[in-house]
Design a protein around this ligand. Structure first.
Ligand SMILES: [Fe+2]
Length: 325
């Protein structure tokens, strides 16, 4: 029988550690610590597979404990628990190498998903130390994910939309024969494609009626704002260009750079089709959703003007295969 993975939960409130134990005991062996010092001692002695860490502890603050854990074992996944309104702390923790964060009040399903995800990405098996560039990139991506979750909290439509768009975009990438790594870039970047909307006023994002021209001009800035978020990390240039160009049009009438045809990066052309289809089949306060058949008709109508015709053909084939229409 496979050995159960050990999870160390550190929180000074026994009610919290008890909840974790009850929620996770069927799948994991749960260890508990009630202070920062106790946590560090258990990490050294028991070498757990993952640590869940409250940022507020009675002796040492959670951020300091996180730094020390990473000095003991840089590959040990740490999930930070934050309270209401402590996004700043979450971002700081992610910069320091935390794998994810979970906000109180705890949600059982979210918690299990975050733990499973961190365990699959941060296995305990000995590995070579990642290069400083890899660590910086990984941490920076985590920070972007937090930013994206903040955007999701401000604009729930965009959160659900980006998830679906990402699924469609990966299917198109697969069908086009892109490699597994390329599909992964597609998946991650599609999830973040509207991240620049975090810089747009909430009154515009959630406006229940149609936008006026000034508001529309504001929304259009999200492509450049989003690209700017990724700029500090040079290795993310594919993601950057995809975010910048996902509203370009095949006929050159899109934004921000009016690129035409294959001047538009392939990833951005894929995203444009997935993005438009998902938007069309989703209801908005100011318009009804189109049926999948109506949306396909619209994709066809705009094939060669707004969208790359080859990608439209491939996407329609995928939808037919998945019986979405
Ligand atoms: Fe967008």
């Amino acid at each position: 029988m496979e050995e159960r993975k050990q999870i160390l939960v550190t929180d000074d409130e026994p009610m919290v550690t008890d909840s974790f134990r009850i929620m996770l005991k069927d799948t994991y062996e749960v260890l508990t610590a009630y202070s920062g010092r106790e946590c560090l001692q258990i990490v050294k002695q028991h070498k757990p597979h993952l640590v869940v860490l409250d940022v507020r502890l009675p002796d040492i603050d959670g951020i300091t404990v996180l730094k020390e854990i990473k000095q003991i074992d840089v590959s040990l996944p740490v999930i930070v628990i934050t309270g209401v309104g402590t996004h700043k702390t979450a971002i700081e923790a992610l910069k320091l190498g935390a794998d994810d964060f979970i906000a109180k009040p705890l949600n059982f399903y979210e918690l299990r998903a975050i733990i499973a995800n961190s365990l699959s990405g941060g296995a305990k098996a000995p590995k070579t130390l990642p290069s400083p560039e890899d660590v910086i990139t990984k941490n920076y991506l985590s920070t972007l994910k937090v930013l994206n979750r903040i955007l999701g909290a401000r604009d729930p439509y965009t959160r659900k939309h980006s998830k679906k768009v990402s699924e469609y975009a990966v299917k198109i990438a697969q069908e086009l024969g892109l490699s597994a790594d390329e599909q992964e870039v597609m998946r991650e970047a599609a999830l973040l494609h509207d991240i620049g909307k975090v810089g747009i006023a909430e009154s515009i994002l959630n406006k229940p009626s149609k936008l006026n021209p000034q508001e529309w001009a504001e929304v259009k800035k999200h492509t450049q704002i989003g690209e700017g978020f990724l700029e500090p990390i040079q290795v993310l240039h594919i993601e950057q260009s995809m975010i910048r160009h996902h509203h370009e049009r095949y006929d050159g009438k899109g934004y921000p750079d009016h690129l035409k045809g294959e001047e538009i990066p392939l990833y951005a052309r894929i995203l444009a089709v997935a993005d438009a289809y998902e938007a069309m089949i989703s209801p908005r306060p100011y318009r009804k959703a189109l049926s999948p058949l109506e949306a396909i008709k619209e994709l066809r109508r705009c094939s060669g003007t707004q969208f790359d015709p080859h990608i439209v053909r491939i996407f329609i084939k995928i939808l037919r295969k998945d019986r979405a229409c």
